[in-house]
Design a protein around this ligand. Structure first.
Ligand code: IVH
Length: 688
């Protein structure tokens, strides 16, 4: 790959000038990454620049300056969150990419420890999230901080308290006086996709990747925002520690330390092992690399740590990284290929999106032939031209992207992409409104591409869930004029269907039966199925709960709509506009006449409260003022759950007079026990 570094080396800069250029460039990337939460280059490229600077400085020590990025761990903390000085610095890990670097690491460790047998390592995943330090005093979470520059981080305690998997109190009756847990906050792929869907529906910017979504969610001044973001956390190490008060001494190995964390109710990833020597390390790397795509979250490599804690201490640190650990990182999943053409696709809402047709290329385990190009602006910004050689990147299971063009390989016949002015499907005009990035076909339901997409949306699993109506069949139904709008589906006869390609009598009868069954649905599915712009599943659910009936929703004014949770000035008019269109009202009327029904009724939406949302409570004994039902209603209204029995998964036991065996069990398991007063403080009465 041709990184900026190589190009500049080609320019023949002196080592001093090159070091200066690298320092400036790395600092700019640091700022974009840590402060703006908007990275400008892939990690692998950043690492390459960083390593080039490190190599240059070790070759020419006189070039190393005190403010060189190699001399610090991360970026300066953001100024708007309170600062915290870490009791123990949060350090960095040395990186390696090649097997030889792993072999060298093991050799250095072995020599450093004067080992006579293969060294034992605790091996784990390198989570691609945001480092956090959680401070528990006498078992209670009192502070959470980001890494910042390693010495000083940002205080994010109220935000971290909203992460459901982070215990507010450790599960032990004898907690240490002080336990600082280090780990990584991250977002799972499914949660990230749902969050971006919500952002999109609400007309907000989408996040680039789960790591930035996690960082952006945590570094909020308002914890209520963090509470709505589905964050997770995995512990991987220890910060400051004072064992007084605890019954047990600190474990002897890193693996046992993590086991102990898990016993205390702290989240620890199960994907870890203890191995011996370089062969053991490389074996773990291989196993995880093969399983990477299956993991529900992003990792960017694995981490090797000398298992014995006393041995870690003997090895100590070099510069800002421990000698006892190494991050073995995955290479970026990138490959070069030729952009054969750029075509456009028409979506359900008429959005006309350019799609890159590529000469097939193998990237990160799959053959890629198409890549998303988003919109015209993106093509201009990256200066992508048809016939260019491009670098294709796959991150996890995300749709492949064109990372950049290889300018040196641009052929003479390379040409710019021009957005067509007429829809390739229905020949209607394509327009791009001022201020919008997306061009749209103005054909509406006249455009068969839009009709097909609207039908596919209507029948999808998360909408009316009509099994057996795939793309091929929908194409035929629309092209033959059998179906114009979703309402027509309900009039289809088995005999009509049996004539279609790939349709026997049996499958035609099955499809008719599936369409009949789908008539019994729910209001939220139906609202989602309508395909109103900006109304995804989450908004459909909010609307169904708020209005309780389709008629009430159809009659709602902009002002009524703005009362609904998370509906803003983009979504409200879009809903209004949809229901104002006579054509849409007619289709809805026909669908209802065909017997599509659902239960109606308003549902109060829980107002998620940090500390309660996602937590499990068990009630026992008689509370002084609240009945069981009232206590349950409060907990559920704040997004918590009430369970019948106590287990390790219980977050709180609420005990009143004459509490029985549940209280005993809670004490045995070290589950925090609270009284009614504490419950009322956690979930005060909410306005109805
Ligand atoms: S240990 C002294 N273990 O990688 C060593 N770090 O450069 C401290 N990271 O931002 C780190 N997974 O947040 C460690 N299993 C793991 C990790 C891990 C991800 C991150 C960490 C830090 C960076 C270290």
């Amino acid at each position: 790959m041709t990184g900026a570094s190589e190009r500049r080396t080609d320019l023949g800069l002196s080592p001093a000038a090159r070091a200066l250029a690298l320092r400036t460039e790395i600092e700019a990337h640091n700022y974009a990454y840590h402060v703006l939460d908007a990275p400008t280059i892939p990690d692998a490229e950043y690492d390459r620049l960083f390593r080039e600077l490190q190599a240059l400085e070790s070759l020419h020590p006189e070039l190393q300056t005190a403010d060189s990025p190699t001399q610090r761990v991360g970026a300066a903390p953001r100024s708007d969150l309170p600062k915290v000085r870490h009791a123990m610095p949060m350090l960095s890990l040395s990186n390696g990419f090649e097997d030889a670097e792993v072999v060298n690491f093991d050799r250095r460790v072995s020599e450093g420890l004067l080992a006579t047998r293969p060294v034992e390592y605790a091996v784990e995943l390198k989570f691609d999230g945001l480092a956090l330090s959680l401070r528990y005093e006498h078992g209670v979470l009192v502070q959470a901080a980001t890494r910042g520059d390693g010495e000083t981080g940002e205080e994010v305690t109220p935000n971290v308290r909203t992460i459901a998997v982070v215990p507010l109190r450790l599960q032990t009756e004898h907690p240490p006086a002080l336990l600082e847990v280090r780990g990584e906050a991250l977002m799972f792929h499914a949660d990230f996709a749902a969050l971006n869907r919500r952002q999109r529906e609400r007309g907000l910017d989408e996040f680039v990747n789960p790591r930035n979504a996690a960082a952006g969610s945590l570094r909020q001044l308002d914890p209520a925002i963090t509470a709505r973001r589905p964050l997770r956390f995995f512990c991987y190490g220890l910060g400051a520690f004072d064992g007084s008060g605890s019954e047990r001494a600190l474990p002897g190995t890193h693996a046992e330390l993590l086991d102990w964390f898990a016993c205390l109710g702290l989240p620890v990833c199960a994907e870890r092992a203890v191995v011996e020597g370089a062969q053991g390390l490389l074996g773990f790397f291989k196993t995880i690399a093969a399983r990477r795509a299956e993991l529900p979250y992003d990792i960017d490599g694995v981490v090797y740590k000398v298992n014995e804690l006393a041995a870690q201490e003997r090895l100590g640190f070099v510069s800002r990284a421990p000698r006892f650990a190494l991050a073995h990182k995955f290479p970026a999943e990138e490959a070069e290929t030729v952009l054969a053409d750029i075509e456009v696709q028409v979506g359900r809402t008429g959005a006309v999106t350019p799609v890159a047709r590529l000469v097939p290329v193998f990237v990160g385990g799959v053959t890629v032939t198409n890549a998303s190009l988003h919109n015209e602006e993106e093509i201009r910004r990256k200066d992508i031209r048809i016939h260019d050689t491009v670098v294709v990147r796959r991150a996890g299971d995300v749709i492949p992207q064109i990372a950049r063009v290889v300018p040196g390989k641009r052929p003479a016949n390379a040409r710019e992409f021009v957005m067509p002015t007429r829809c390739p499907v229905c020949d209607s005009e394509i327009v791009r409104l001022p201020g919008e990035a997306i061009a749209r076909c103005t054909g509406g339901l006249f455009c068969s591409a839009q009709r097909k997409q609207a039908l596919l949306h209507f029948v999808q699993r998360r909408a009316l869930d009509i099994e057996g109506l795939g793309e091929k069949l929908t194409d035929q139904l629309v092209d033959l004029g059998l179906v114009e709008t979703p309402a027509d589906l309900f009039g289809l006869q088995a005999a009509d269907l049996a004539k279609l390609d790939r349709m026997g009598e049996k499958s035609a009868a099955n499809l008719v039966a599936a369409i009949r069954t789908a008539r019994q649905t729910t209001l939220e599915r139906f609202i989602f199925a309508l395909g109103i712009r900006h109304v995804g599943e989450a908004t459909a659910k909010d609307l169904a709960r708020h209005f309780g009936s389709l008629d009430a929703l159809m009659a709602a004014s902009d002002a009524d709509l703005l009362q609904v949770n998370d509906i803003g000035p983009v979504v409200a008019p879009s809903i209004r506009h949809f229901f104002d269109a006579p054509h849409n009202r007619e289709v809805i009327q026909k669908i209802r006449a065909a017997g599509v029904t659902w239960a109606e009724g308003r549902v109060e939406r829980p107002v998620l409260l940090p500390g309660v949302a996602g937590k499990t409570f068990v009630l026992t004994g008689t509370l002084p003022t609240l009945t069981r039902d009232e206590a349950r209603a409060r907990i559920e209204a704040a997004g918590g759950k009430v369970a019948g029995s106590v287990s390790r998964k219980t977050d709180y036991v609420v005990a009143g007079e004459e509490a029985g065996s549940k209280l005993v069990k809670a004490q045995e398991l070290g589950v925090p026990v609270i009284d009614e007063g504490a419950l009322l403080a956690l979930c005060p009465a909410q306005p109805s």
